[in-house]
Design a protein. Structure first.
Length: 456
């Protein structure tokens, strides 16, 4: 051999011809070793790639990628061809199938958003101590109750329909809200005006209905911070009442500013959404699909108002707890997915799913116990009402709409009838009817959500 290659030490050319991936030389048999030793050494070096293979052909592809030629296979490893060596390696290395990487939890809750929504549900209640001297209790209060119940029912149904439209695009959801929110405010105001005793009561009911409609738009479109900013004047005025007498003008002006701010924020959000490009045509959901959500909103409103008649501060406790309730709905879904991955049989998943349900429900109602004691509310009816509402919301989150609507409507009807007849007492009636509703909804949740299919 002439030229520079003649200066190479013995074996360098042979090593270069046996280079494999990563510029490393193919393993050589130990000094004095046999060809079987060379095969064993190769199997040990490539074990990470051979172990997951499900057929010798995959090992053959690996050897090809490593750069082994037919000459090397025959001379060094004593096999007639690539496939013979691949089969030998496949037999030598045990099957190892690494655990696939688990995806991130798709149901991780937004902690700040859930806490913010809980505060937003409660802050509008500050309007009542601020504006109370401007209107009369009794008949005027009943006007607000009727208008509020209609707004609750309408808002639940409209929110569900808007979320359905979000699956086809934000513009479609915006159009649904643009049509439905003003109509809901008008309907609620008209319902309250039917029993109005004064023009002031109608005006207050209209303001309440307009605010609830605008707030519903912002909550669906993710405008919680805008809504918080709009409630600023109302919150400042109400919180200053113990040290400051605002006068009738400011008592009217501050809530009005918050209502106008909420309407402006909702209009701005809708304008931004409607400016987006339309999504490809999709089927418009039937109106009846949102009916059970509206009925649930109506029944939940009745139950909460009955509890509020006995202990007004209990309503504040419940409204603030809606933020943690929403957070726990996400946690339930995330924990259920983890339980699905950790179990191998339907029976095991059913047991673990029931445990997840019980844990989340306990985490929701337990903090309400000291809150009830601090506000002077009776703990039993409050906790049973909270459990009923949370399990109903959980079922709705999985698209189970009619059972919670029917159960809650029956409980609300029974408790309302007891309140009218004054027998049994309202607290006892709420405990009985909400307790029965919670048991029925729990059984429904265990049966329907204890299967893997809803969580897959």
């Amino acid at each position: 051999m002439s030229g520079p290659m003649a200066l190479e030490p013995a074996g360098v050319q042979d090593t270069l011809s046996l280079r494999i991936a990563g510029d490393r030389p193919a393993p050589r048999a130990p000094e004095g070793g046999t060809r079987q030793d060379a095969v064993d050494l190769l199997a040990a070096e490539l074990a990470d790639g051979i172990g997951p293979a499900v057929h010798p052909y995959e090992v053959a592809a690996l050897l090809e990628s490593e750069g082994l030629t037919a000459e090397v296979i025959q001379e060094r490893y004593g096999h007639p061809n690539l496939f013979s060596l691949a089969s030998a390696l496949y037999e030598r290395v045990p099957r190892t199938f690494p655990e696939p990487a688990r995806p991130a939890n798709p149901w991780r809750p937004d902690h700040v958003r859930c806490a913010l929504r809980g505060a937003l549900f409660a802050l509008p209640g500050l309007a009542f101590p601020l504006t109370g001297p401007l209107w009369h209790a009794g008949r005027d209060l009943r006007v607000l109750v009727v208008a509020g119940l209609v707004s609750w029912a309408w808002g639940q149904a409209l929110g569900h329909r808007a979320y359905l439209r979000l699956t086809t695009g934000r513009r479609e959801a915006g159009r649904t809200l643009l049509k439905g929110a003003p109509l809901g405010a008008l309907t609620a105001t008209a319902a309250g005006s039917l029993i109005a005793g004064s023009g002031t009561a109608v005006a207050v009911a209209a303001a309440q209905s307009v605010y609830l409609a605008a707030a519903g738009v912002l909550l669906v479109l993710g405008g919680e911070r805008l809504l918080l900013a709009a409630l600023g004047p109302l919150a400042v005025g109400a919180l200053a009442l113990p040290w400051w007498e605002p006068g009738d003008t400011l008592r009217l002006t501050l809530p009005s500013l918050s209502v106008l701010g909420a309407v402006a924020a909702a209009a701005w959000s809708l304008r931004a959404v409607l400016a987006t490009a339309p999504a490809p045509g999709g089927a418009r959901p039937a109106l009846l699909r949102s009916l059970p959500y509206g009925l649930f909103g109506l029944s939940a409103g009745i139950l909460v108002l009955l509890e509020g008649r006995q202990h007004p501060y209990a309503v504040i406790v419940l409204t603030v707890s809606m933020g943690p309730a929403e957070w726990l709905l996400y946690r339930y879904r995330g924990m259920s997915v983890a339980a699905l991955r950790a179990t191998a049989t339907p029976a095991a998943f059913l047991l673990r799913s029931a445990g997840v349900l019980g844990l989340c429900l306990l985490l929701y109602v337990l903090p309400l116990l000291p809150a009830a004691l601090l506000t002077g509310a009776q703990p039993v009816p409050l906790l049973l009402l909270a459990a009923t509402l949370w399990i109903a919301l959980l079922l709705q989150a999985f698209g189970v709409a009619w059972p919670p609507a029917a159960v809650c409507l029956a409980a609300a009807g029974g408790a309302a009838a007891a309140a009218v007849l004054r027998s049994p007492p309202t607290a006892l009636a709420l405990s009985l009817f909400c307790g029965a509703a919670a048991l029925c909804l729990t059984a429904c949740a265990v049966r329907l959500l204890g299967r893997p299919a809803p969580h897959a």
